[in-house]
Design a protein around this ligand. Structure first.
Ligand SMILES: Nc1ncnc2c1ncn2[C@@H]1O[C@H](COP(=O)(O)OP(=O)(O)OP(=O)(O)O)[C@@H](O)[C@H]1O
Ligand SMILES: [Mg+2]
Ligand SMILES: [Zn+2]
Length: 257
């Protein structure tokens, strides 16, 4: 196919009907002839293709950061803000937007609240924004991390060092649901201390989510852990509001009728 525009001649060969964009037939510019003069402007598909590629690369980076599919789509925009959860949403959003500063100072974030309030959702939204800004983040569910490390002693898979290295090197480490179990063994306490202390000494931020308050963590994980968390995070951020899981379950039930 021969095409002339802007004083130049283009040749393109296509199998018929196989264009990505029917509007510009993949020329990426739209040519219009008026009174014998040909003018062209960029086609919308260029921007669409760029944003699709960006989206795909963000998805891949979120997956590499350890975010499961369910939480890869959780954002600040699709978090329903109410009077009760607004302070947490604002704090998490401001934290993510100013992450470059926090990365340098090691300032961390601790989200605490009852089950289903949206702590993991907000943590995922922070990871998304931080990764979008080009930082490396690692999201781990605390008890899964502990069992992965324990399993590494027995099997041929990743060694403990291989599991810990990315957690040490990441610009942001998320420890999700640190209070998921009611008791920690001495080994688990030691490991959590080691991981938190590793971030603390490197002055690298962590984001922790928990159902339980400071005193619970102090009783279970010890003063050394709590003191480090308090120094890194400052005030713990309460995530209040209604239980979203119950709400989702209810709306699904209601749809059945
Ligand atoms: N304000 C909200 N707007 C939209 N979706 C929400 C909101 N809060 C929670 N959700 C959704 O509800 C579900 C439960 O939230 P999430 O897993 O973040 O709770 P959580 O506080 O981490 O609970 P848990 O302590 O049990 O881990 C998720 O699918 C999440 O995306
Ligand atoms: Mg959670
Ligand atoms: Zn086009």
């Amino acid at each position: 196919m021969r095409f002339e525009g802007g004083g130049e001649t283009f040749y393109r060969f296509y199998p018929p009907g196989r264009y990505y964009c029917q509007r510009c037939l993949d020329f990426e510019r739209v040519y219009v002839e008026e009174n014998g003069v040909i003018t062209s402007s960029p086609c919308t598909c260029v921007e669409k293709r760029r944003s699709e590629a960006e989206q795909k690369s963000l998805e891949a980076r979120l997956s590499a950061a350890g975010l499961r599919k369910k939480f890869r789509c959780r954002t600040f925009e699709n978090f329903t803000v109410t009077d009760l959860n607004r302070p947490a949403w604002e704090a998490a959003r401001a934290y993510a937007q100013n992450f470059a500063t926090h990365r340098r100072s090691g300032k961390s974030l601790f989200l605490v609240g009852d089950t289903g309030r949206g702590k993991t959702h907000l943590a995922a939204a922070v990871v998304r924004e931080v990764v979008r800004q080009g930082f490396r983040a690692m999201f781990v569910v605390t008890i899964e991390l502990l069992s992965d490390i324990r399993a590494s002693y027995q099997n041929e898979g990743k060694s403990e060092q291989e599991i810990l290295r990315p957690l040490k090197e990441a610009d942001l480490l998320v420890l999700d649901d640190i209070s998921a179990v009611d008791q920690f063994s001495d080994w688990e306490k030691g490991k959590l201390y080691e991981i938190i202390n590793m971030r603390y000494e490197a002055e690298r931020p962590i984001l922790v989510t928990s159902n339980k308050m400071v005193s619970w963590i102090k009783d279970r994980l010890g003063k050394k852990v709590v003191d480090r968390l308090l120094e890194m995070c400052g005030d713990f951020i309460p995530v209040d509001g209604e239980n979203y899981r119950e709400r989702i379950a209810c709306s699904l039930r209601c749809e059945d009728y």
